[in-house]
Design a protein around this ligand. Structure first.
Ligand code: PLP
Length: 410
């Protein structure tokens, strides 16, 4: 099968005899019974050859793990209670005292906070690199570097980096790469096949995904995944996962399983609406810049086109794929209280974190507090990030229009 939307629906699953149905069953357990002591002594939890204890997996979580591997093109998957827990699982599995981790300046904020807090306290150092300059990344790799985080597109500023080149640099130096793949979600590009030729020659080592966003799609579940193709790395991550006691509830796993069949459709609908609204914003004089990697002229647009430009071919329109997310830079001639008033004036866009759900969301950001320096590719001003939900795009545009008119006089 060629398209991920079909693969996520027609996925191998063996139902109870005579009960084939659209959705799989939900299995709950902490305790799993063994037939005898010999079975108890010999059953192995690490390789999924059998069930041993709820924390080590149930038929429901194993099924979700398999479907997520299909989505992202991986072979081993771990489920954790949030996207941030997925980031922490990777860091704690791979880093020890004296090691260093490299993080892009536009990384998901709490990834940096973990490095500045717990990792620093345990003697693990971190350095921040410029995501738009692979040479800067390469120059910061030393013999202490054990892990490089990658993110495409970057958080809030949405720059699209030269991901294949950065992975090549890390591979040449033998450093493990971990991609926060929440934005691409397995749809915009394949993290383990960055050449896009199916060979798997060039790919990241680990992909983490905040399932909280697109795979949930409802704004009502927190979950994360850690996916690899390398057995040794997968085992290292799994041992850490087990020692930390990470696991997810069956009801939450079921919610994600129920949302996966509609995920590609939602992703493409939110993408189309976001681009339409981003183009409208680009015409408004109140905004200095629109940060959306699929817009020509946006930071990293050429890298986006190279990696994601052929995705979404199911629609046959050749326009590529992007998450339904973009930021605007409000001109510095407006005070930050005016930008706050603009956000408050929106009626359909609700103030709230996260994205990928049905309700459109808005968050103002002060970039000066978030970055090492003001990124040269971003215009000066206050940033406002929009996450596009599933409302009619025309209604969202009218909402933006009335909020601009009421709070940002020309
Ligand atoms: C939301 C998000 C996370 C964290 O996910 P949670 O489930 O909220 O912990 C990590 N990375 C990115 C890019 C995200 O957008």
């Amino acid at each position: 099968m060629s398209d991920i939307s079909t693969e996520l629906i027609h996925h191998p699953y063996v139902p109870p005899a005579g009960f084939a149905a659209p959705q799989p069953g939900v299995h709950k357990a902490s305790t799993v019974f063994f037939a005898n002591v010999a079975a108890m002594r010999t059953r192995e939890w690490k390789n999924k050859s059998g069930y041993t204890y709820g924390l080590h997996g149930t038929p429901t979580t194993f099924l979700l793990e398999e479907r997520l591997c299909t989505l992202e093109g991986g072979l081993q998957c771990l489920l954790v209670p949030s996207g941030l827990a997925a980031i922490a699982n990777v860091a704690l599995a791979l880093l020890k005292t004296g090691d260093e981790v490299l993080i892009p300046d536009n990384a998901y904020g709490p990834n940096k906070a973990l490095a500045q807090g717990e990792l620093a306290a345990w003697g693990i150092s971190h350095r921040i690199y410029d995501p738009m300059n692979p040479a800067d990344l390469a120059s910061k790799i030393t013999d202490r570097t054990r892990l490089v985080w990658l993110e495409a597109a970057g958080s809030v500023t949405m720059e699209f980096p030269d991901l294949p080149e950065m992975v090549r640099q890390c591979r040449a130096r033998g450093v493990v790469t971990a991609l926060d793949n929440t934005w691409g979600a397995g749809i915009a590009f394949k993290p383990f096949d960055l050449d896009g030729d199916g060979s798997g020659r060039l790919g990241v080592d680990i992909s983490v995904h905040a399932l909280t966003k697109y795979p949930s799609g409802g704004g009502d579940v927190l979950m994360g995944s850690v996916i690899t193709r390398c057995e040794a790395l997968g085992l290292k991550l799994k041992l850490c996962h087990m020692r930390l006691g990470l696991g997810v509830g069956a009801n939450d796993a079921e919610t994600v399983l129920r949302s996966l069949p509609s995920m590609a459709l939602r992703y493409r609908a939110q993408d189309a609406a976001a681009r339409q609204l981003a183009r409208w914003c680009a015409e408004q004089p109140q905004f200095n810049q629109v940060l959306h990697p699929a817009l020509p002229g946006a930071p990293g647009h050429a890298h986006w086109r190279q990696l994601c430009g052929n995705a979404g071919s199911a629609t046959g329109d050749g326009t590529g794929a992007a998450a339904g997310l973009f930021s605007v830079v409000v001109s510095e001639r407006y005070a930050s209280v005016q930008v706050d008033a603009f956000c408050d004036a929106l009626r359909l866009f609700r103030l709230g974190y996260s994205w990928g759900g049905p309700v459109s969301l808005v968050v103002p950001y002060d970039l000066a507090d978030m970055r090492q320096g003001w990124p040269p590719q971003v215009a000066r001003g206050t940033l406002v990030r929009f996450s596009i939900g599933l409302e009619a795009p025309g209604d969202l545009r009218a909402d933006l229009e009335q909020a601009v008119a009421s709070a940002l006089p020309p």
